[in-house]
Design a protein around this ligand. Structure first.
Ligand code: ADP
Ligand code: UDP
Length: 236
């Protein structure tokens, strides 16, 4: 049973696959899945993406640095949206970020993160890494290490890590387990190399799972490998 986890959610978890904006059915599904693990007393940090609003790489008319800043602000919008909806559903939530000083957002202070968890809050880390040229996967790796999570869970729209993109190749094969070195060497694009190497350096295990499969999150928290585990050393 994991007691402290960092959950990385793609922005599309809020909109539905391939959609933009916010879909209330998706959000109420997210709340139900989250409540199941919060009931166990698990401390949850969330890094939210912004694929439902803006992805830097999709705005090719803009300079990458500007497009990425817009993308990072998208994660702040998602965090504010989630905080309010979570609280209306009884989930006490704090947003921390280094990229804005809005009234509902607190700066990241390491000393405070555990205080929030001890007081029963869910913590949303908004604003990515606060640097252009990165993604929220890399932010998730950093925040997982910073909050001393036991595992980084990446909730996405495919059921794990495959030998090639399963959305493109029908014959893609899923890994039950693989090492960070294998993921980096094989250039498996489910997460950035930067995210894998941070996790490798700090021994932060990753579980990649299909967030749209009901009950997966709870099973993951109880230690069941419902997707793919990415770990250091020998994957056998
Ligand atoms: N080797 C791979 N294994 C699994 N998924 C992969 C792989 N390579 C690319 N992908 C793609 O990565 C996507 C998951 O990444 P995610 O960060 O959740 O979404 P996005 O980057 O589209 O916002 C999946 O939709 C899948 O199509
Ligand atoms: O540290 C970061 C994190 C995110 N982004 C920008 O924010 C966008 C949204 O993040 P991401 O693509 O990771 O969202 P997801 O695909 O997970 O929804 C990215 O495309 C980047 O443009 C960035 O510049 N630096």
């Amino acid at each position: 049973m994991y007691k402290k986890v960092l959950l990385k959610l793609s922005g599309e978890v809020l909109s539905g696959e391939g959609q933009k904006g916010f879909n209330l059915d998706n959000i109420s599904y997210l709340i139900k899945e989250l409540k199941q693990i919060l009931e166990y007393g698990t401390n949850v940090g969330i890094v939210i993406g912004a694929g439902n609003l803006f992805r830097g790489r999709e705005m090719s008319e803009l300079s990458p640095t500007i497009a990425d800043q817009i993308g990072m602000l998208g994660t702040v919008i998602n965090a504010l949206y989630l905080k309010d909806i979570f609280e209306k559903n009884g989930i006490r939530t704090v947003i921390v970020s280094q990229v804005t000083s809005l009234p509902s957002i607190r700066p990241i202070h390491y000393d405070d993160i555990n205080l929030y968890f001890d007081a029963g809050y869910l913590v949303i880390f908004a604003g990515g890494t606060s640097n252009p040229f990165f993604t929220t996967d890399t932010a998730a790796a950093l925040r997982a290490v910073e909050m001393k999570a036991e595992i980084l869970i990446k909730g996405t729209k495919v059921p794990g890590v495959f030998d090639k993109d399963p959305k493109i190749y029908d014959d893609a094969k899923k890994y039950e387990k693989l090492t960070f070195d294998e993921a980096i060497e094989k250039n498996l694009k489910i997460m950035d190399t930067e995210a894998f190497s941070i996790c490798k350096r700090y021994n932060m295990h990753i579980m990649v799972l299909d967030f749209f499969e009901k009950g997966n999150l709870l099973k993951a928290i109880t230690g069941e490998n419902v997707g793919t585990l990415v770990v250091p050393g020998d994957s056998k």
